[in-house]
Design a protein around this ligand. Structure first.
Ligand SMILES: NC(=O)c1ccc[n+]([C@@H]2O[C@H](COP(=O)([O-])OP(=O)(O)OC[C@H]3O[C@@H](n4cnc5c(N)ncnc54)[C@H](O)[C@@H]3O)[C@@H](O)[C@H]2O)c1
Ligand SMILES: [Zn+2]
Length: 371
């Protein structure tokens, strides 16, 4: 039996460990590293789809091996669980169970569960210890790292929340095997984005225009290495800018158009699809100013990862959402572009005209199949 490689990284300045790997010993060992045996009990917060896979049992067994009693709190799968009423219900359940200050919260799921459970941990008794167990690729390489927690309001996504750092994060790449293909691909889009920010050799290589060369989901050592590399990018950025005042914005590569696309489609477009289009848009804007040309790679990513067409809306609709974003950011439309691969830069001198022209080109190129 070949043991999968485990990787342990640290998120500075907080110093908590991120453990990436697979196999039987993963959870007990990782939890022990986090000091989790000090917990009086643990609330395992998960969603119904994850609970049906068997991953939750393995996490629970890890806690049991430390002698910590657990309570399961299962919410419906999907973005709609990231709301105030669900958060309130969970708080009541913790109080009803007699949860004290030594209760730990353990999020077992994708970004939805991580953001929700993270905010539960940040707010219950003014804050209790948190462990993140991300089960989607997106959550492993992105949302479980950096301490952002949050809920949606009717007025918009992630408008409520807090920075709340976990005691540790444990990513079991064995969880990837049960992910629906579309959800795995969404994660690959974010992983690809992280690789672009570093011009990293582990960037998934494209195979013609119809796909990417990625390890099989059962190749756990290969996935551990890939996830660890992508996690390192996020951990580095968080370390440099823990409270999102500067370089952490580089993680928004591809996300300005993505948020507008999610807005105009009323949240029906998959985030990964929207980001793939957003990356292609950023690539085209960069090429316009004579910066590195990675349009062909971005085009291949769209062809492989996008599972919905670009919405047939005019520029005005997109612009309204970008302008909303702009208002929140203090008056300028700001995009991240790549000067070179691995050299992201925030750009705020793009004219509305340039943004519109490139949107029209993106649309006609996608429809015409040529970039
Ligand atoms: N906090 C942050 O820094 C941050 C960063 C990026 C995104 N986010 C948030 O993350 C959320 C999106 O996260 P997501 O893409 O992981 O979505 P998600 O949590 O909704 O998971 C996607 C689907 O996969 C299912 N699932 C999860 N793990 C599974 C597994 N191992 N096997 C089978 N099914 C599984 C879930 O039940 C769900 O139906 C959004 O709410 C977004 O705002 C937060
Ligand atoms: Zn994203």
């Amino acid at each position: 039996v070949s043991l999968p490689v485990h990787h342990t990284l640290r998120v500075e300045p907080f110093g908590y460990p991120l453990v990436i790997g697979a196999g039987d010993g993963l959870y007990p060992n990782a939890l022990a590293t986090f000091g989790a045996e000090k917990a009086s009990s643990v609330a395992l917060i998960s969603d119904a789809q994850v609970a049906a896979t068997g991953h939750l049992e393995r996490v629970e067994a890890g806690w049991r091996s430390l002698g910590v009693p657990s309570l399961r709190l299962i919410v419906p799968a999907g973005e709609s669980s990231k709301q105030v009423s669900v958060w309130a219900e969970l708080q009541e359940r913790l109080a009803a169970a007699g949860g004290d200050r030594d209760l730990w919260v353990c999020a077992v799921g994708g970004g939805v569960v991580g953001d929700l459970a993270g905010f539960v941990a940040a707010s219950y008794l003014r804050g209790v210890s948190l462990v993140q167990v991300p089960t989607t690729l997106l959550a492993m390489v992105d949302s479980s790292i950096g301490g952002k927690t949050g809920l949606n309001l009717q007025h918009g996504k992630n408008l409520v929340g807090a920075f709340w750092q976990p005691r540790g994060v444990v990513a079991d790449v064995g969880c990837l095997a049960t992910l629906p293909t579309a959800v795995l691909r969404e994660g690959v889009v974010e992983l690809y984005k992280h690789a672009l920010l570093r011009d990293a050799a582990w960037r998934p290589a494209r195979r013609g225009t119809d796909g990417f060369i990625l390890p099989n989901v059962h190749e756990q050592s290969a996935w551990s290495a890939l996830v660890a590399a992508a996690v390192q990018v996020k951990a580095d950025v968080v370390a440099e800018d823990p409270h999102e005042r500067g370089v952490r914005a580089h993680l928004n590569l591809g996300h300005t158009l993505a948020h507008a696309l999610e807005g105009v489609t009323g949240g029906t477009m998959r985030h990964g699809t929207a980001v793939a289009y957003g990356l292609l848009y950023a690539a085209m804007l960069g090429r316009e100013r004579g910066w590195v040309d990675w349009v062909a790679d971005a085009r291949a990513l769209v062809a492989w990862a996008a599972d919905a067409p670009l919405p047939a809306v005019d520029w005005g609709a997109i612009w309204r959402f970008m302008a909303l974003d702009k208002k929140r950011r203090g008056g300028r439309v700001r995009l991240v572009l790549l000067r070179e691969l691995g050299l992201p830069e925030r750009v705020d001198d793009l004219s509305p005209d340039e943004l519109e022209r490139t949107w029209l080109r993106l649309r006609s190129d996608i429809q015409g199949g040529v970039v």
